[in-house]
Ligand binder design. Structure first.
Ligand SMILES: *Cc1c(COP(=O)(O)O)cnc(C)c1O
Length: 368
């Protein structure tokens, strides 16, 4: 039996009736853009996070682009971020005309190494984008204190951590802006593309709302060069069905992570994920490290056994073609890119499936 990296079938089956009713409701209303579901979803997410403003957009990438511009980031500015993330984090900085400045990561949490941020700050630095990678919070206390000292904006990339927490605060509510993705594989996924911006700052919210609809407060009285970046009603209706189940699903991911930790405890050359005691990790990915250059051969073995795994990320962003010229060596990120492997995880994955995955990992390591 093949084991996928993510199985969305259980949630679709669980919510089949509600999802059908939600989609049919949109069809019957014939209101497909900026209708009652988007409005309600924005109100429901604002309440979930306890924030003043929630602005639905077309994707997580657009949430970052619009979030950055609404926070006043633009040409000539530098934005400090991690190289160990999905490309869109840095790409969005470049798309608003600013320059990403990459700072190495902490090898235990895979998030930005906050001890290295201060030395990367220049007079051009305007913002920091911490990425809550794999569902675990970046260390927000030192990030916020540096932001305060140097008057920087903090834009949280929460694409992988909807529902995650840091010191009991929901991720995305700690910095100036929180940016989320509803790509189907994310912890709260739509059945298409989608994204969300949250903030308590009225001015940022007003600008973000304008930028998502061609820079207009009022249709046809456009004031800025903006975007067409609306969440559609069908996706909003689906997300409204799913949101009330998210905490339970995140708990299921945490339970699965504990089981993996237990099953892998004895495996030598394997480093299981470390939970920062300040963070509530929501395990968008369960990512281990395999030492001594054996990662690729273990992956090959798992592929042959029909067990899907992924490498997030095989090349750190500062080594990709667009950014590699003149970029510094970032040793930890480069080392991690050669060791990480993400295992199958979803909220209802069962123990026997996890035992099969771990059994094959141990078999592969014993043969190497
Ligand atoms: C998925 C993701 C994004 C981009 O979101 P899209 O909805 O795919 O545009 C940005 N940053 C991180 C860390 C992501 O994982």
């Amino acid at each position: 039996m093949a084991i996928p990296i993510l199985n969305l079938k259980p949630e679709v089956e669980e919510l089949w009736e509600e999802l059908n009713q939600a989609v049919q409701g949109v069809l019957k209303s014939t209101q497909f853009i900026m209708g009652p579901n988007v409005k309600a979803f924005e109100a429901e997410t604002a309440a979930y996070f306890g924030v003043k403003h929630s602005i639905a957009v077309n994707s997580g990438t657009d949430a970052l682009i619009i979030g950055l511009r609404a926070a006043g980031i633009g040409p000539g500015d530098e934005v400090i971020t991690t190289p160990f993330t999905f490309y869109a984090t840095a790409e969005s900085v470049s798309l608003v005309g600013a320059t990403p400045v990459f700072v190495d990561i902490n090898p235990r949490t895979f998030t930005i190494d906050t001890d290295l941020i201060e030395q990367a700050i220049t007079p051009k630095t305007k913002a920091i984008i911490p990425v809550h990678l794999y569902g675990q919070a970046a260390a927000m206390v030192p990030i916020l204190s540096l932001a305060k000292k140097y008057n920087l904006k903090v834009i949280e990339d929460v694409a992988q951590a909807f529902g995650g927490e840091y010191k009991s605060k929901k991720l995305g509510t700690i910095g100036d802006v929180g940016c989320f993705s509803f790509y189907p594989s994310k912890n709260l996924g739509a059945y298409g593309d989608g994204g969300l911006i949250i903030t308590n700052n009225d001015q940022i919210a007003e600008l973000a709302r304008m930028l998502r609809v061609h820079g207009a407060k009022r249709s046809y009285y456009n004031e800025l060069i903006g975007y067409n970046s609306r969440l559609d009603e069908i996706q909003a209706a689906i997300l409204r069905v799913k949101l009330p189940h998210l905490e339970k699903w995140n708990d299921g991911r945490r339970r699965a992570a504990r089981i993996y930790n237990e099953l892998l405890a004895e495996a030598s050359e394997v480093i299981t994920p470390v939970e920062d005691p300040d963070a509530k990790h929501v395990y968008h990915q369960y990512t281990i490290r395999i030492r001594n250059g054996k990662r690729d051969r273990v992956k090959q073995h798992l592929d042959q056994a029909g067990i899907a795994t992924m490498l997030y990320y095989p090349v750190p962003v500062h080594r990709l073609p667009v950014y590699k010229k003149g970029s510094p060596q970032l040793k930890v990120a480069e080392e991690m890119a050669g060791e990480v492997i993400s295992l199958p995880i979803w909220p209802t994955i069962d123990r026997p499936t996890q035992e099969t995955v771990v059994g094959e990992i141990k078999k592969a390591l014993a043969q190497l």
